[in-house]
Design a protein around this ligand. Sequence first.
Ligand code: ZN
Length: 225
Amino acid sequence: MRALILLFCALALAAEPVRVRLVTGGHNHDPEFYTPFVGDARMAVTVEPHPKAYQGGMKNVDVLVLYDMIKESDPKTREWLTKWVESGKGLVVLHHAICSFEDWEWWGDEVVGARYLNKPSRGLPPSTFFHDLDLDIQVVKKHPVTMGVDNFKIFDETYKGMWFAKDLDLLLTTKHEKGDGPIGWIGPSKRNRVVVLQGGHDKHAHLNPNWQRLVRNAILWTAQN
Ligand SMILES: [Zn+2]
């Protein structure tokens, strides 16, 4: 009987969708961006722009997905995101959200593991970007985030000349000359699970089934704390 009750509990837990807060703002995007989040019973997604997404608390959220681009961090946002990381809850950083908070070293160094440089910094010139490239993406690590994804092609944007943390836990790379190499990685945070996916500029990437699968996998994996 006890085993039966446990089984019911496990099934009930399994059926509970991951509560996702998708943060937009600071950069326009195609409506196709929302494709991976529609019709997947494993997740319940709400969308809010920065900074409204952080107001009123986030008690009922399991995973934060950032697709906003906010150049400078204000004290309230810093406090809020620090609490989020320290709470151990999941974080997924998509595309231009990598370029946020250039002024916040801890965020880039210890959470995201990369920094897009708008101005010369750390002995490096400013980073740059290239649109509309045919990219070959290599899956370099078997991991729950890359499950079901083989090497693939995608029409997308690259960033070039970014600063990266040492010993990045790489999941995806490209050898394209206009990219840096890393395309997907696990963030260095010791407090929570962080996945960073560099791709996802416009509808061409958003409608790519491999990109969609990576986003969904990242959400489900970071939800496990
Ligand atoms: Zn872009």
